[in-house]
Write a protein that binds this ligand. Structure first.
Ligand code: ADP
Length: 485
């Protein structure tokens, strides 16, 4: 009631296994809090290995009937689920803002983005084509088909509580796979609400399962269980490495979307106003808590002071507060650990000679509200250079040649997203080619959509999500060699 939902039935506090809403066998639970008001929202089940195994078994049992459906039927169910998401966008956004903190308008934007994966992959379901190959001998015919890989597991983060789920579940279900999802501890309520709508759309029992609880215990079961053929994970690089190791004994197919440390290069021929607009969009969205958020700004000497002044002016106009209040553009950070990290990075830079232009401290609202910040005089020896800050802070580094800018941009173990602003077509080509990243935004700060391949290189992971490539991770190729023809 406190959320004033149009459909209170979307607010669920139980896990969803084999079409049933369940508690933990031992009734254990954990708390979900509102990061803005710092109050309890719900207690949800703390499941363990036993319940996870049950969910995996349910997914295995539901598999044959689901994959046997005509693609058009699976497609229609995904389309219906997408329609229900959009019809219930206000409620879904309210649940998300309550548990995650992002401003309501941004939460609603995420619901539309999340629903777009259901639409896109529902359509792709009908286009899982095979091949015929000209045979090297006259008595044979060679055929290639692409089949669902089987039972999948997904582990998702709290920064996009809906979109990170549909970006994995939609291609899995479109391909004919069934899936068990473990949402982040901070944001299970959005996941449960999605399951309510999936059920209403006609997703059969066992095809989609949502388990919440201790990440280590659930992760251990998902990675060691031989029934699970594929794991898709979005989260931090250390956890990604651990899961990859845990999947080695059963050789699961893996998709890993891990940390980023996105550089944003501003060349001296850039349209500075456009660059500032792109900078704000890429840095301050979700209070800086996305893996493609800019982490480091590299600005050419000649435009450094002008860019810093314009960016600080734009940033000081951002409105921080509870995401339910109208006009708020920046919500709280997810928890105290997030604030600690931002404070460590800022104080490390200030101790080494950097200067605050705007912001630079905890906001007067207290809690996990941090002032949108711009810092100048940042150098490669500071923490900002190598670690992902995940907060609303723009550190400005300086460069004087293209080669130097590219070298500093690439000097990280990560390789997810990079951005740059330039109007020189030759420079655009050279720099885009030289950046060691999976995604490059040129004269834009917003790159994510359902039709394009999202993913990284280096320690940012493997596999691609969204786009025509995104379904490949859920398919296995089968080659038929027909002899005696
Ligand atoms: P973040 O720092 O963004 O919370 P994490 O990588 O810790 O990043 O979390 C992303 C997801 O990974 C969450 O769903 C979390 O519960 C899960 N997770 C964290 N540790 C483990 C683990 N040891 N095994 C499985 N999942 C884990």
């Amino acid at each position: 009631a406190f959320l004033s939902l149009k459909d209170p039935d979307l607010f669920r506090v139980q896990a969803y296994v084999d079409g049933q809403w369940i508690d933990a066998d031992d009734k254990a639970s954990f708390e979900v809090n509102d990061p803005a008001r710092r109050v309890l929202l719900a207690s949800v089940p703390k499941l363990g290995a036993t319940e996870t195994r049950r969910a995996i078994d349910a997914a295995a049992k539901a598999g044959p009937a689901w994959r046997a459906l005509p693609a058009a039927r699976r497609s229609a169910i995904l389309r219906k689920w997408r329609d229900l998401m959009l019809e219930n966008a206000d409620d879904l956004a309210r649940i998300m803002t309550a548990e995650q903190g992002k401003p309501l308008a941004e939460a609603k934007g995420e619901i539309a983005y999340a629903a777009s994966f259901l639409e896109w992959f529902g359509e792709e379901a009908k286009r899982i084509y095979g091949d015929t190959i000209p045979s090297p001998t006259v008595d044979k015919r060679l055929i290639v088909t692409r089949e669902p890989i089987g039972v999948c597991a997904a582990i998702t983060p709290w920064n996009f509580p809906a979109a990170m789920i549909t970006r994995k579940v939609a291609p899995a279900l479109a391909a004919g796979c069934t899936i068990v999802v473990k949402p982040a501890e901070a944001t299970p309520l959005s996941a449960f609400a999605l399951a309510v709508l999936a059920e209403r759309a006609g997703v059969p029992a066992g095809v989609l399962n949502i388990v919440t609880g201790n990440p280590k215990t659930i992760g251990a079961e998902m990675t060691s269980n031989p029934i699970v053929k594929k794991l898709s994970f979005t989260g931090s690089t250390p956890v990604g490495r651990l899961l990859m190791e845990q999947c080695a004994p059963t050789l699961k197919k893996l998709s890993l979307e891990l940390g980023g440390n996105a550089p944003f290069l501003v060349f001296d021929d850039a349209d500075l106003d456009a660059a500032v607009e792109g900078a704000v969009a890429s840095k301050y969205r979700n209070a800086g808590q996305t893996c493609v958020c800019t982490n480091r700004f590299y600005v050419h000497d000649a435009v450094y002071d002008a860019f810093a002044a314009k960016l600080a002016a734009a940033v000081s106009k951002l409105s921080i507060g509870n995401g339910f209040e109208t006009g708020v553009t920046i919500g709280p950070l997810i928890n105290d650990a997030a604030i600690d990290k931002v404070e460590r990075h800022v104080s490390d830079a200030l101790e080494h000679g950097a200067k605050v232009v705007t912001g630079g401290k905890l906001h007067a609202l207290g809690g996990t509200f941090y002032e949108p910040t711009v810092i100048t005089g940042v150098t490669q020896s500071m923490k900002f250079a190598t670690e992902e800050t995940f907060g609303p802070v723009s550190p400005l580094f300086r460069f004087s040649t293209d080669a130097e800018a590219v070298e500093m941009a690439n000097a990280t173990e990560f390789g997810l997203a990079a951005y740059f602003y330039s109007r020189d077509i030759g420079r655009v080509m050279r720099v885009a080619e030289a950046l060691e990243y999976g995604m490059v935004g040129i004269n834009t700060g917003l790159i994510s959509n359902e039709v394009a391949p999202f993913g990284g290189v280096k320690q940012s992971g493997m596999g691609r999500e969204g786009s025509k490539y995104g379904i490949e991770d859920y398919l296995a190729i089968k080659y038929w060699c027909i002899g005696g023809v």
